[in-house]
Write a protein that binds this ligand. Structure first.
Ligand code: ZN
Length: 457
């Protein structure tokens, strides 16, 4: 017994001795931070390190780390902190667990608070789900429909669950919509008639509500000015909408003037179009072409005016006398055909022409005065269709030249030539544009104010 007791005493003493040796003479490694921790997938692992000592002396800079954390791959990673002394390794370890701990994100299609038309069923707009690890998991969304809500729930492969609720509100807060036919700003001719181009009204819940639209305001086409028409509509839940249209009663006038004719093949077609469109124009004629065309111009209510007989600059601008001879020659022709002694003239090249300088210096300065003395009135233009510019313009060039330069705030004296096929072909569209945009068409009479350019010779 005694031997056993002594043995025990010896063993206990040795053990205690070893414990003391260990605690005093062996290195101690203490981790900073937890020895087992979880980081999120793709979250950066931050090494907090450790502190190592022996007999109170710092050994930290002798510590070597073994092991790495791959945060791009789920798993458990071991990091060892090792101190080697006299060929013996002392170590501590830390376990870093890379896990997916983020919830997936749910994005609703449509609104979180969704208004649903009363007495209708909500048609689910669905949702999308994305997870940091699984990526698109839209297909895994579970949808639970209730009377006043829809609940979207999704779980990722690591069992992180998220859920979003869409609230359904059975009410109509959306205004009806009025769409005007035609322009929001339109022109109507002074003295013409205004007819509204109309409108369509729709409501998200009530459908077509066009017949509930009320209009106010009117257009007095006998008075020049700007008018406003208001279109108002209200749906069955009293959501209101209104739009306005501006209607301008315009005094814009277009004088269509045709020079250098008449000519069979173009003038006759131009006369047909003018007749069909109910528009009167002015023809500055020469001594060329068929008498019958001049007769038609006159019979159909147009103004037959004078350009000159020859339209030959070398002849008619040779002298003042030559000019008047040429002018009277065409005046006589017109009188012979129509019985009218026309006093309405246009100078070939316009009063501003400079080509006449070649034949007689200062002739335009003299004859622009002399024609007035002799009772004529002359009309230049302030809008050229460009149909005498040379080359072969298309009819759409002529159309654009005219309509792009029309103005509501003036008389538009439009220069055209009834001997040009592209002018003939552009005419109907020009007339229709003018009508649709509130212009009226007039022919020149002796009461029409002259439109003159600056004389340059
Ligand atoms: Zn001419």
């Amino acid at each position: 017994m005694r031997v056993v007791r002594n043995l025990c005493t010896i063993l206990c003493t040795v053990l205690a001795f070893l414990v003391i040796i260990y605690s005093i003479f062996l290195p101690r490694i203490v981790l900073k931070g937890e020895s087992s921790l979880i980081i999120n997938y793709k979250q950066k692992y931050v090494e907090k390190g450790c502190k190592a000592t022996i007999l109170g002396k710092d050994l930290t800079d002798k510590v070597k780390l073994k092991g790495k954390v791959n945060n791009n791959k789920l798993g458990d990673y071991k990091i060892e902190y090792i101190v080697s002394l006299f060929g013996i390794k002392f170590s501590q370890e830390r376990i870093v667990k890379v896990r997916d701990i983020s919830k997936p994100v749910i994005e609703l299609n449509g609104l979180e608070n969704t208004y649903v038309c009363p007495n209708t069923k909500y048609k689910d707009e669905g949702a999308k789900a994305f997870d940091n690890y699984d990526k698109d998991i839209t297909k895994k969304i579970r949808i639970e429909k209730k009377d006043d809500s829809v609940i979207y729930t999704v779980s990722d492969s690591s069992n992180n669950i998220n859920s979003v609720t869409r609230k359904l509100i059975y009410d109509d807060k959306t205004k009806p919509e009025i769409k005007l036919s035609g322009s929001e700003e339109l022109y109507v001719s002074l003295g013409g008639s205004y007819s509204d181009p109309g409108y369509i009204a729709t409501d998200n819940c009530d459908g077509d509500v066009t017949n509930k639209v009320k209009t106010s305001g009117g257009v007095d086409t006998s008075k020049q000015g700007s008018y406003e028409i208001t279109y108002f509509v209200q749906d069955s839940k009293s959501n209101k909408s209104e739009v306005k249209r501006k209607v301008i009663v315009s005094n814009g006038v277009i004088y269509l003037t045709f020079d250098d004719g008449p000519q069979m093949g173009t003038t006759n077609v131009i006369l047909d179009i003018l007749k069909e469109e109910g528009v009167k124009a002015t023809f500055f004629v020469t001594n060329k072409g068929d008498d019958s065309l001049i007769k038609r111009e006159y019979d159909e209510g147009h103004t037959v005016a004078l350009h000159t007989a020859t339209h030959d600059y070398a002849i008619l601008y040779a002298s003042d006398e030559a000019y008047f001879n040429d002018l009277y020659s065409v005046q006589n022709r017109v009188k012979r055909i129509t019985g009218i002694e026309s006093k309405i003239i246009r100078f070939p090249g316009g009063s501003s022409n400079t080509i006449s300088r070649r034949y007689s210096q200062g002739i335009m300065s003299r004859i622009t005065k002399e024609v007035l003395n002799r009772g004529f009135k002359y009309y230049d233009w302030n809008l050229s269709s460009g149909d005498a510019a040379g080359g072969t313009p298309s009819s759409s060039d002529i159309y654009n030249n005219v309509v792009n330069n029309l103005r509501h705030d003036r008389v538009n004296m439009v220069l055209m030539h009834d001997i040009k096929p592209y002018t003939r072909d552009a005419l109907r569209d020009i007339i229709r544009y003018g009508k649709q945009n509130g212009y009226r068409f007039e022919k020149i009479t002796e009461d029409t104010e002259m439109v003159t350019q600056r004389v340059n010779n």
